[in-house]
Design a protein around this ligand. Sequence first.
Ligand code: COA
Length: 191
Amino acid sequence: MSRRDKVVFLAGNKINLRPLLKSDAGKLSRWINDPEVTQYLSVYLPMYEKEEIDWIENLSKCKPNDIVLGIETIAGILIGTIGLHGTNWKDRATNLGISIGEKKYWGKCCGTEAVSLIIGYAFETLNLHKVCLSVFGHNERAIRCYKRCGFKTEGCRKKQIFKNGRYADEILMAVFKVNKKTERRSKWIKQ
Ligand SMILES: CC(C)(COP(=O)(O)OP(=O)(O)OC[C@H]1O[C@@H](n2cnc3c(N)ncnc32)[C@H](O)[C@@H]1OP(=O)(O)O)[C@@H](O)C(=O)NCCC(=O)NCCS
């Protein structure tokens, strides 16, 4: 596929966000079964490629309360997924989830850019007022990434998650629409 034919929903500098395709299921299944990735996620059961295909096929029916997009490098390599989940239209709040499954792309600012793009979309297109998330206390890279995007810690549920033989803290974080950092980062969305 030539660059001109690429499907892009939200355009960034290093990465773009695009709808997932059924053909992405193999990659998703590789990532979601990888213990190095899932140590940071709440999933704990084996996941079959067929389940990923079904999940991708169902995404179109979950809009607008759940919106999931693939994170693709500018060169067109799918490296992860990001989403807004369980959006509450009365309270105008949503929950962010992100996973970069291609480990060689960790720590290269792709996560920061993807989070900034999707919170810009949440605030400036969906007109939401708060984006929430939860993260394991030992996931320092994720916490730093979220702080860079303007998230603040709202609380900590001590020893909430049983993971790899021990209890982990669950940190609750959120970012509000009125936030100078968010306003600046949302300009990454190319007009
Ligand atoms: C969490 C995640 C989205 C972050 O995206 P990323 O592209 O790797 O992160 P970025 O490069 O944008 O930012 C990472 C920050 O952590 C720092 N960092 C990088 N590697 C680190 C490490 N091993 N330990 C601690 N901090 C680290 C970076 O320096 C940067 O912080 P800084 O801006 O203060 O310098 C991504 O790593 C990921 O998906 N990991 C696996 C699944 C996961 O953890 N999902 C989140 C569940 S809540």
